[in-house]
Design a protein around this ligand. Sequence first.
Ligand SMILES: [Zn+2]
Length: 197
Amino acid sequence: MTATADQAGDDPAFVLVGAHPSLYLLATLGRRHGTRVERIPDAAALARWLVAAGVLPTAPPANDADLMHARQLREAINSLMRSVMSGRPLGGEPLDTVNGHAVRPDVPPQLRVEDARRFVTPPRAADAPHALATIARDAVRLLGGPQAARIKECEHPDCSLLFVDETQSGRRRWCSMDRCGNLVKTAGYRARRRNAD
Ligand SMILES: [Zn+2]
């Protein structure tokens, strides 16, 4: 999986940018610096999103408590990532929230065999709390590893999505060229395009 392997889910309302489940979760709240776009407005949307993000194979039962926990986890991860980006110390409630989800059982891998082919898949019985634990663990690994230094915010003024810049040059500027790089280009900022990947 690479940072540029942004992919569209089945639900066009979902934005899967960042190539990490934790970054996908952050992208469920768009335009943080303006009029915010909530992409998981209810528990049913959360269930659909967990499938679109590839965390679960089928939509789990999800209730309002799951939705509240998902949004709390999202904001905690957002807080920690932006602290890392600006060099602020990490701690307090966001750290407790992320670690609190990460310590719970996550979605376990299951070996599935079809004919002669083997697959690693999530079990069908995994539910929303398992999925949030998987996402929290992804955030823990990302924030605790060397990739944390490469977390960036998209430079498009209307976009607040975060991504991991895995380019050698470290000069990636857009969450994705399709979403924002080309928009800026067509808006007349052709000179800036030269530095985009
Ligand atoms: Zn963007």
